[in-house]
Design a protein around this ligand. Structure first.
Ligand code: MN
Length: 627
């Protein structure tokens, strides 16, 4: 018999295992031998698990060598176990969400968690925080509320902590060309925690080839916090590549981005939020597509840095692209089949090949600086936040460029539970006005549909847009319909519809998403109708019935495959439980199995029931008809 030592290659090793296993089954010794081995393995994993938790307990501890302190914190650690459990549960829900609603084609997304409170380098801390003071849990809680993130923990975590390398293995196989342009990394901030800003800047320096960083531009949009004044300047003084520019008056995020881009001198503009941590190998894959074609814009893949624990979590690769809807929202959509096929054709490692994306989230992207100028930068008429990402996405595609999501470029980002800063006025108004302005510039013939969904938007003044239209004219940009048909055909245009708006039955009840269309799994409800045109301001009652048989909300398709009611799920375009037929004569919405959409007043749901003649709960009319 061969010994394990002789099995030199992994292949032979496994052959040996399988061989031994099969023989043992025959000799009925299987349970005794392998059962023991498996129990041993479970024990090892269990012990390992304990050590992981201990590492987590040690999170942010500047003196890990002090055994006594470590034990003290093990009793009542920051971040404590309850929080950690809650976070992990949250991830589990996310995973379910990805699996159910977003990920359809690809294998199950694997979230990996990294507890990175350590650094292999000499740790750098804020010079005014005393690391020897005992942990003040009350202060930690107070600061969490005030900052909408755990500033207390951040102030006590190395500013140069190790970042996780969660990239899919194929990312490390990739070779990038040597000649790449250098980037100005632009970080715009307003009253962001100093430790968070510094960690972003220092991590960029740590994780990037210095030849590819022209500068790190810190753009202070008129912060009022004291720590962002002299202390910030003191902490960056030793880093010649970090340059600080301060705005004279607060412009809001969009304008701050615009003005900061004019200060940048690198060949490539690379915007990051000032609460990010790029990870190993992040930069080259963002720069190479731009080096090959200067009209290509690249977007890194975002991972989550938990706002309470600063735990880094992410998937190995990307399973979604940026889509668009009629509300001007950027949304995450499953990778379309055409894109899956293109990747398989064009790339030796399709699982991590770059993805064409119709839209970007906005905060993080890389772009040739001159090209950004040529496309008219940002619209100065946009307020604080919102819509600028869509405007940029539209004009990149419509005016001859392209946009890629880069799975091998991973950047951690602190997703806060809410906006920590005010919008300089009414949030909703600013964002709505931005959306309308962008729509008026870019939607051309499709604009009236945008106003059908939100009729009250029609009367809102968005200022002078002639300058923006002139840019569109000058660049000879294509139409919005071209963009949708070519880049994101998932979104139906009016020409693709049979009916839209409120769908009302003769029982005078209307289909109502009740927000169930915002993410998959929600039910299609039955609600009271709005009466008269122009009052349908609630997009929950805006449905679309397409010529290719889909009954949709503004984001998802209704699907009868989940029980009696209709559930919202990603449109799979394969018919079946997502295929409906409208009969204008009987006004029934039918499926192949002979069932009809029925308004159930008791359940307040739209359910699929046997079709009946002249049943007013089954006779539906569209607010807008296209037949
Ligand atoms: Mn952000």
């Amino acid at each position: 018999m061969t010994s394990l030592a002789e099995s030199t290659t992994p292949g032979r090793f496994f052959q040996h295992i399988i061989h031994t296993c099969r023989r043992d089954i025959l000799r009925k010794r299987f349970i005794v031998r392998w059962g023991l081995l498996v129990s041993l393995l479970i024990l090892v994993i269990h012990l390992l698990g304990k050590s992981v938790i201990r590492f987590d307990v040690n999170f942010g501890d500047p003196h890990p060598e002090k055994e006594s302190e470590l034990r003290h914190r093990a009793v009542d650690p920051p971040p404590h176990k309850a929080v950690e459990k809650e976070i992990l549960d949250k991830f589990d829900r996310l995973k379910f969400h990805e699996k159910e609603d977003v990920v359809r084609q690809e294998e199950e997304s694997q979230f990996v968690h990294a507890f990175t409170g350590k650094t292999n380098l000499p740790p750098v801390y804020l010079d005014y925080v005393d690391m020897n003071e005992p942990w003040d849990k009350d202060l930690e809680v107070t600061m969490k509320k005030q900052w909408k993130m755990n500033k207390y923990l951040s102030d006590r975590t190395p500013l140069n902590r190790d970042t996780a390398d969660l990239r899919h293995a194929t990312c490390r196989e990739r070779q990038y060309q040597r000649q790449l342009p250098a980037a100005s990394v632009v970080l715009v901030f307003y009253n962001e925690a100093l430790s968070v800003v510094l960690r972003t800047a220092f991590t960029v320096l740590k994780e990037s080839d210095p030849r590819l960083i022209h500068e790190i531009l810190l753009y202070d949009d008129c912060s009022t916090n004291e720590e962002l004044k002299a202390p910030l300047e003191r902490h960056i003084a030793a880093h010649p590549k970090i340059r600080l520019v301060r705005a004279k008056e607060r412009g809001g995020l969009v304008r701050a981005r615009l003005y900061s881009s004019r200060e940048a001198r690198g060949e490539v503009l690379l915007f990051l939020d000032a609460h990010c941590e790029p990870t190993p190998g992040w930069l080259e894959p963002l720069l190479e597509p731009i080096a090959k074609d200067r009209t290509t814009v690249t977007v890194p893949s975002l991972d989550d840095i938990n706002w309470e624990t600063l735990v880094y979590a992410g998937a190995e690769t990307v399973y979604v692209i940026g889509g668009v809807n009629w509300l001007m929202n950027m949304l995450w959509a499953a990778i379309p089949q055409r894109e899956i096929e293109r990747r398989q054709r064009e790339d030796p490692f399709p699982i991590t090949a770059n993805l064409k994306t119709a839209s970007m989230a906005g905060g993080l992207f890389a772009m040739d600086r001159q090209y950004f100028k040529e496309l008219g930068e940002y619209d100065e008429g946009l307020g604080v936040w919102g819509g600028e990402n869509m405007e940029l996405s539209f004009k990149i595609w419509m005016c001859g460029g392209s946009m890629l999501m880069v799975p091998c470029s991973k950047v951690g980002h602190i997703f806060r539970p809410s906006h920590p800063y005010d919008f300089m006025g009414n949030n909703g108004d600013v964002v709505a006005r931005n959306y309308i302005r962008v729509a008026r510039v870019w939607f051309d013939d499709e604009l009236d549909f945008f106003f059908k969904i939100r009729p009250h938007f029609k009367d809102i003044d968005v200022g002078d847009i002639s300058g923006r239209l002139a840019i569109r004219e000058k660049l000879k940009c294509k139409s919005y319909a071209w963009f949708i048909k070519t880049i994101y055909p998932e979104l139906p245009l009016q020409r693709d519809l049979i009916g839209a708006g409120q769908i009302r039955n003769e029982d005078n009840k209307c289909m109502d998403t009740r927000g169930g269309d915002l993410r998959g799994g929600g039910l299609l409800h039955l609600g009271v109708c709005h009466n008269g045109e122009g009052v349908n301001s609630n997009s929950n009652r805006f449905m679309m019935f397409t010529k290719d048989d889909k009954l949709m909300g503004l984001n998802f398709c209704t699907d009868s495959g989940y029980g009696e009611g209709l559930q919202f799920h990603t449109c799979h375009n394969m018919g079946g439980a997502q295929a409906f037929e409208y009969d204008p004569r009987t006004k029934q919405i039918k499926q192949k199995n002979g069932k009809c959409a029925t308004g159930d007043v008791v359940k307040q749901l739209v359910i699929m029931a046997e079709c009946r003649d002249n049943d007013k709960t089954q006779r539906w009319d569209f607010e807008y008809k296209y037949f």
